[in-house]
Write a protein that binds this ligand. Structure first.
Ligand SMILES: *Cc1c(COP(=O)(O)O)cnc(C)c1O
Length: 459
């Protein structure tokens, strides 16, 4: 049977999902609601509409509809780069000498180089449909900013990106891709917002952080009419859009009778993992099937494995709503790990609840081990993986090596979220042998926990 499975399983354009799948509809314990930072009351649609587009507010609060139709304008954009192939890692299996069958869903086949375009195009569409002038956002490593710039170019919307200053200076090529698509890029902290000016006065010479850039982007959206804020991960609406990854994967698996035993994804804010596992998790939640799900995070930013399950701010400037999530604290500044897309202090509320309820496992990996796995994968499979994606590769290889020991032919599926062409500085350090690992001490983590907001639910 396995000989009959092609190296790449491509679906037809007709098989691109018609609807996104909303896993919250099948969760018995729903994720905790977003709450107001002052009153601690659950946020209503009216509270959220000044920040997010109306339709996205509705999606954020929708816990009951299993399926939400994908508008035709979005499906026609998806057709430019989807369906994404489900690959069989024959080369890697052979190199490892494992009886396991390894599959990966490859999301790097678009100019932005990652899965983030799946949600960027949806968020840009709803902004356009509402008649807005533009959207604001933050970007760290640059993948989300690039995806959003592409999406806004397509719908002719203004795209204002606050880019963490250090990345703005160190990743000039990402910046130029965004500018080519027409986005306006401001290094953060900037003097264009109150919060940016405040941070610059308090911390002269700071090179910025993701949490600070979020504060600036939210302020810019809420103080300029015709603009809303958009976010590339963490929110339930983003996981919803990313379910397109899992739905395609499920269709491809069903076509060939592939039943994964283990499904693995890297976890920054949780959107690619949440999207990949969504339909499989639905089966598990409804008691129809069982799968093992594994989230892989950097040891330098271990929200799931060492974080607290608590209400916290999503940004450093404390302007955003509070979300209940596994968090290291909004004040926690992770060390300079090269997987920029995984350097976020918190985790999706949806995945946090599933993890809390025991539906999902998590593990943390050190970056040198992750780059070793990336190199092994690149040489066996040809694709140069993003450092973020390589966390999932590391766990998939480890599980395949367990199979080699036990002789079990398990089926392992993982998400290959993107390519690493803009991360060659990191690869250079790894190849030179100068890359180091930093694991925060308990004392360092304690600083982040100490700054968690006082909310009765936090105990
Ligand atoms: C942003 C990013 C991630 C992490 O974000 P999630 O929301 O956790 O999926 C992973 N891989 C790549 C390539 C990214 O750009």
């Amino acid at each position: 049977m396995s000989e009959m499975i092609p190296n790449k399983i491509y679906l037809t354009e007709q098989e691109i999902p018609q609807s996104w799948y909303n896993v919250r509809a099948d969760m018995k314990t729903k994720p905790a609601p977003l709450i107001h930072p002052g009153t601690h009351q659950p946020l209503t649609a009216d509270d959220l509409r000044p920040i997010f587009c109306d339709e996205l507010v509705a999606q954020e609060l929708n816990e009951t509809d299993q399926f939400i139709p994908i508008p035709e304008e979005i499906r026609s954009f998806y057709r430019m780069y989807r369906p994404a192939p489900l690959m069989r890692a024959y080369g890697l299996e052979k190199k490892l000498g494992t009886p396991a069958h390894i599959y990966y869903k490859f999301e790097g086949n678009n100019t932005s180089g990652s899965h983030k375009l799946n949600s960027a195009i949806a968020q840009a569409y709803y902004a356009k449909k509402q008649g807005l002038t533009g959207v604001t956002t933050e970007t760290g490593a640059g993948q989300w900013g690039t995806a959003l710039a592409m999406a806004c170019a397509y719908f002719e919307l203004d795209c204002i990106v606050y880019m963490v200053k250090i990345s703005y200076e160190q990743k000039p090529f990402r910046r130029e891709v965004m500018r080519t698509y027409g986005a306006t890029i401001t290094p953060s902290p900037s003097d264009t917002t109150n919060i940016g000016r405040k941070i610059r006065t308090e911390f002269p010479g700071t090179t910025g952080s993701l949490g600070c850039a979020i504060s600036e982007a939210v302020e810019a959206a809420t103080t300029n009419s015709g603009y809303r804020y958009v976010l590339g991960s963490v929110l339930a609406q983003v996981l919803l859009h990313q379910s397109v990854i899992g739905l395609e994967t499920k269709t491809a698996c069903d076509k060939y009778g592939i039943v994964p035993d283990i499904i693995i994804g890297c976890a920054g804010g949780g959107s690619n993992l949440g999207g990949l596992i969504a339909p499989f998790m639905g089966e598990k939640l409804r008691g129809e099937k069982d799968y093992r799900f594994i989230a892989v995070e950097p040891a330098s930013c271990p929200s799931f494995t060492r974080g607290r399950y608590a209400y916290d701010f999503c940004d450093t400037g404390n302007v955003t709503p509070l979300a209940k999530m596994y968090t290291l604290g909004a004040r926690f500044i992770p060390s300079a790990n090269h997987a920029g897309g995984l350097r976020y202090h918190g985790m999706s509320s949806v995945l946090s609840q599933l993890y809390h309820d025991g539906y999902l496992e998590a593990r943390a990996e050190e970056q040198t081990a992750v780059f070793a796995a990336a190199k092994q994968f690149a040489r066996a499979e040809g694709i140069l993986p993003a450092p973020e994606s390589s966390h999932a590769i590391k766990a998939a290889i480890d599980e395949a090596l367990v199979c080699k020991k036990t002789g079990e032919a398990k089926t392992i599926l993982f998400g290959l979220t993107g390519t690493g062409y803009f991360d060659m500085k990191a690869y250079e350090q790894f190849n030179d042998g100068t890359m180091t690992d930093h694991i925060p001490t308990d004392e360092e983590l304690q600083h982040g926990f100490a700054a968690l907001p006082q909310v009765s639910e936090n105990g």
